[in-house]
Design a protein around this ligand. Sequence first.
Ligand SMILES: NC(=O)c1ccc[n+]([C@@H]2O[C@H](COP(=O)([O-])OP(=O)(O)OC[C@H]3O[C@@H](n4cnc5c(N)ncnc54)[C@H](O)[C@@H]3O)[C@@H](O)[C@H]2O)c1
Length: 342
Amino acid sequence: VTDPLRVALVGAGRAGLVHGRNLAAGVPGARLVAVADPVPEARQRAAAELGCRLTLADPLTAATDDGVDAVVIASPTFTHAAVAVAALQAGKHILCEKPLASTLDEARRVQAAADGSGGALVMGFMRRFDAGFARAAERIRAGDIGDPVFVRSTGRGPGLPPEWAHDPQRSAGLIAEVNSHDLDTVRWLSSREFQTVYAVGRAAKRPDLAARYPGFVDLVAVTCELSDGGLAQVDGACPAGYGYDARVEVYGTEGVVMAGDALAGSALLVRADGAVTDPVRSWRELFADAYRAEDAHLVRVARGEEEPRAGVADGVAALEAALAVNRSLRDGRPVRVAGEPG
Ligand SMILES: NC(=O)c1ccc[n+]([C@@H]2O[C@H](COP(=O)([O-])OP(=O)(O)OC[C@H]3O[C@@H](n4cnc5c(N)ncnc54)[C@H](O)[C@@H]3O)[C@@H](O)[C@H]2O)c1
């Protein structure tokens, strides 16, 4: 690894620009050297804003270029695996946005490539870098709530994601697009694995999208059995309209710990006609510090100073759970998570 770490951004859309702007503003030890996006306007706009001279139409070129040490993969979910496998085979380090892939076959191919690579893969589970969520994890590890036997995790997005994400074949559905973070939170904070999931879902706000994209839901509720007798509930909604909402509660044998706040960063305004606070408008705002910390972590992982805080196995496990949720939605029954075909 050269100093600074030469980073290529693959996918210059919503998530890509969060990482691109962080890199352009300065992530210690990293330099943005290329932006790859097959859509000319997207890559040119991003390159101009980010002050990056090299733009590439082909993400695989960026993933394998000799002048690149690390790749941030922020392209649509169904394109992650091809880029990740090529980059890992070329020995690059990766920060991969969630979910790892759209099918389990793809995810396992990425895992195999990671196993045989000198490059490391960091999963973009940014809650692991959020001060409040990390404090909850620390409390749980310290034994402050005893055995964490139940996790309840809520994830809601304010507006619809881009159109490709409406199609569960390409995005792995609402549960992967919005609630990958919740699935990871359950495993992370409980130190348990998913065993069975039972999901119900509705296209409560956008039945028109369910008619166009089979399997589309905008509201989902999942009850989960975890290893070692643990339980969890995950619920998701998008578009929620009112803002971005990420909250978790971990109930233990000796207490409860809560993280995430629908009023984060707001102030209470009181006037004669009523009282108001500001909603959290976006994941970009709520987790701004966490995305910066995640980008800085990639540098330390590439230098061998840290192990990925969330790695490829965590990406596979969250996707396995997400795909089991989709099967449960389809079949209307509880589904075993481990070892079933994707
Ligand atoms: N961590 C988070 O909180 C978070 C938030 C939003 C999105 N995401 C994830 O980031 C990824 C991108 O989502 P988004 O909302 O930014 O999507 P987007 O549609 O806004 O952006 C995707 C970009 O990738 C480009 N692209 C299309 N095909 C490509 C390919 N084959 N190779 C490279 N680039 C390609 C598109 O032109 C577009 O500019 C998804 O996997 C999504 O789930 C994560």
